[in-house]
Design a protein around this ligand. Structure first.
Ligand SMILES: NC(=O)c1ccc[n+]([C@@H]2O[C@H](COP(=O)([O-])OP(=O)(O)OC[C@H]3O[C@@H](n4cnc5c(N)ncnc54)[C@H](OP(=O)(O)O)[C@@H]3O)[C@@H](O)[C@H]2O)c1
Length: 268
């Protein structure tokens, strides 16, 4: 089975590297295109994957094709490869924000199956979220195949097409918000005398630990927060400082504005 990547930058590269690391595909079975000979190209060379001469080489030879270019580029790419699809038996997996099934189908011939998805960059370290559109016209076996292919990249979830933007607001953009939180907490640690590298390390580990506590105990995050706050203790003062700074409203706003932006992109 040949796997192609049209676009192999932050997201496409994370998915490609994750699949190679998981052993679900070998470098010799992967073919990619990038636009330039820059760092993404160099990474692909280092990993030993095939580099296609053009996008049409991917659509004419690969069985599974990831679309991972920027949203404003995809229309040009799909027009460019229009006549080169092999057809029956090919599966397109798109990670492109704002491109739903109908929009993709307008450029991809019937016979080529399409699944639109929403992953996030922590797929690179096996801790991503990979959302699959359960409304896609795929068989159970095809969904199982995709789940197996990308399963080691993180948690696979199924969503309806009309939930994709809200999901991306939380977990597509979410890593950026959490990096800011980790950076800000480590700034606080540095202000109070910790060396920077230690402060970043423990703030990041606290974030991992908190996430695991939520997932593994099944407890509500509010209850877990309460469990850290002793009466008259220090944490509750920190909680007050965060509330005063508007952390919750800011985090909700961040998810809501990004979701609205993605809905706008989907309707452009
Ligand atoms: N980043 C995220 O966290 C995230 C999360 C979910 C979904 N997505 C989606 O993933 C897609 C890619 O985003 P990204 O952040 O990975 O962007 P990116 O890092 O800029 O990667 C885009 C890739 O497309 C390549 N490219 C540009 N023009 C091309 C062309 N005409 N033919 C073939 N390849 C071409 C680029 O080549 P060069 O390397 O030569 O520039 C690069 O490898 C977007 O549609 C985005 O909505 C991203």
């Amino acid at each position: 089975m040949k796997i192609g990547f049209i676009g192999c930058g932050n997201m496409g590269g994370a998915v490609m590297e994750g699949i190679l690391k998981s052993g679900k595909a070998e470098a010799k079975d992967v073919l990619i295109t990038t636009a330039s000979n820059g760092k993404n190209f160099e990474r692909c060379q280092r990993l030993g994957v095939g580099i296609a001469e053009n996008n049409a080489q991917i659509t004419s030879t690969c069985d599974v094709i990831f679309l991972a270019v920027k949203p404003y580029i995809i229309e040009g790419v799909l027009n460019e490869v229009k006549a080169s699809w092999r057809g029956e038996g090919q599966l397109v997996i798109s990670v492109i924000t704002g491109w739903n099934l109908a929009r993709l189908r307008a450029y991809i011939p019937e016979g080529v199956d399409i699944l639109n998805t929403m992953p996030n960059t922590p797929c690179l370290v096996g801790e991503g979220v990979f959302a699959l559109n359960m409304d896609a016209d795929l068989t159970k076996e095809q969904f199982a195949f995709v789940e197996d292919l990308i399963g080691d990249l993180g948690t696979v979830v199924y969503i309806h097409e009309n939930q994709i933007e809200a999901l991306s607001g939380v977990c597509g953009c979410g890593p950026a918000y959490l990096y800011m939180m980790i950076e800000a907490m480590s700034d606080g640690g540095v202000a109070m005398g910790l060396p920077r590298d230690l402060a970043i390390k423990i703030a990041a580990q606290a974030a991992i630990g908190a996430g695991k506590m939520v997932l593994e105990t099944g407890m509500h995050p509010g209850a877990l927060k309460d469990a850290v706050c002793s009466p008259k203790g220090s944490t509750i003062l920190g909680v007050h400082a965060l509330e005063k700074g508007g952390l919750r409203a800011a985090a909700m706003d961040a998810v809501m504005v990004t979701t609205k932006k993605m809905l706008e992109m989907a309707n452009e």
